[in-house]
Ligand binder design. Structure first.
Ligand SMILES: *Cc1c(COP(=O)(O)O)cnc(C)c1O
Length: 404
């Protein structure tokens, strides 16, 4: 520990001094970035294989997005929703079209989109489905990650995320992820929604078994329950499609979006659903001062336009093949398992070799930034602008780290 401190550069120590220790960052202090690369205060360059947990799907400072932000900063930044601004309609129309839904409700952070989804589902339950007052329940999955608010951590199964933050919000039922029989069992006449990540990112990029998501869709339709897909991390190109649900041929009743929607520039999140669902909200019942602000809309509209070309989804699918082929080659050579889809991978390192944290530290020393999640699992989620050569470079550095 003391040795660590002595080796820790002053800039790293500075950043810890007046900060709550709610993160354990890798000891790198970044000062600039472009595309898939970041530069630290000493001028060292690193390939960013985390991409802000997928908030940077289009890379750092994508020129189109930066230009949109600059132009908007020079015109109008904030009105609040008390007034209408000229960036709002295009954003909502184009995002709704991308989602194939009637309506969009813009918020800021992912957790706010999840909270919004929960509130809308409950109101829908009481007003449309006819659930008796105060009786609504929502079914969620073990190993979920939906954010950090008091209600959301109430149904987390991660003790770090949950312990000592009670009393907890009632109204949630937790079932094993990927288990359709358990889900069927958990749904009753008071269930208003099933809230799931189509791939569990934080849990280690866990892909559910074949047929699970279509099964959830069928079940929700049969039982008059809303299927809420939290695509905050899995959506917007990450898996090689606009939505991870799409790859299973599934259309949820509600998409929760965030992270990449803000283009790595501003926090932008949204809920997208049809009018019979989102239409339950009336003025005064929900909102956010910054939700759908002009700067956010200007940037996010360009994000939607980048996605509408399909280019990033195709890149993610094609380059993802290359990434996964490279990683699969390391199974038995330091890796125990590789999961994921597109440019998204969860790797289980042989715990006898090193922890996920140690692997990430060694990767950092070799100029590749990634993040451990649980124990010996690390997650790779490079920006979708990464090239074939850069993927090969990342895999080569991982190979070297695992070879010791
Ligand atoms: C990151 C994330 C969230 C929370 O988003 P914040 O912007 O950090 O509040 C919710 N759900 C999923 C699946 C996420 O990955």
């Amino acid at each position: 520990m003391i040795e660590d401190m002595l080796r820790t550069p002053a800039a790293v120590q500075d950043s810890e001094r007046h900060t709550a220790h709610n993160y354990h960052p890798l000891p790198v202090v970044i000062t600039s970035a472009e595309g898939a690369w970041v530069t630290d205060v000493d001028g060292n360059r690193y390939l960013d294989c985390l991409a802000g947990y997928s908030a940077l799907n289009f890379g750092h400072r994508h020129p189109t997005l930066v230009a949109a932000a600059h132009a908007q900063l020079d015109r109008l930044t904030l009105t609040s929703r008390a007034f209408i601004h000229d960036q709002f309609a295009d954003f909502c129309r184009e995002l709704a079209a991308l989602c194939g839904k009637d309506l969009v409700l813009p918020m800021n952070t992912g957790a706010e989109a999840v909270e919004t989804g929960i509130k809308v589902a409950r109101k829908w339950g009481y007003q449309v489905k006819g659930v008796p007052a105060g009786q609504a329940n929502i079914v969620v999955a073990e190993g979920n990650f939906h954010g950090r608010t008091t209600t959301i951590v109430s149904f987390s199964t991660d003790s770090d995320a949950r312990a000592d933050f009670g009393p907890y919000t009632p109204g949630f039922r937790i079932v094993p992820y990927g288990d359709l029989a358990a889900l069927t069992e958990a749904i009753d006449e008071h269930t208003v929604a099933v809230l799931l990540e189509p791939i569990q990112g934080e849990q280690g990029v866990v892909v559910p078994p074949e047929g699970y998501l279509p099964g959830v869709r069928r079940l929700c339709t049969e039982r008059d329950v809303l299927f809420i897909a939290d695509e905050i991390q899995s959506g917007l190109g990450r898996t090689g499609a606009t939505f991870a649900c799409e790859q299973e041929g599934v259309v949820p009743d509600m998409y929760l979006l965030g992270k990449a929607l803000g283009g790595g520039i501003v926090p932008v999140s949204a809920v997208a659903a049809d009018a019979d669902v989102l239409g339950v909200l009336k003025p005064g019942q929900h909102g956010s001062t910054f939700g759908g602000n002009p700067l956010a809309c200007a940037v996010a509209t360009e994000v939607v336009r980048l996605l509408a070309t399909g280019e990033f989804q195709r890149r993610s699918a094609a380059l993802g093949e290359r990434l996964h082929a490279g990683l699969r080659g390391l199974i038995g050579k330091g890796l125990v398992a590789v999961r994921g889809r597109g440019l998204w991978a969860g790797l289980d390192i042989d715990p006898a070799l090193m922890s996920g944290r140690q692997a990430c530290e060694r990767l950092m020393e070799r100029g590749v930034l990634a993040k451990d999640t649980h124990g010996s699992t690390i997650r790779l989620a490079p920006p979708l602008v990464i090239t074939e050569e850069e993927i090969d470079h990342a895999v080569a550095q991982l190979t070297a780290v695992l070879a010791g």
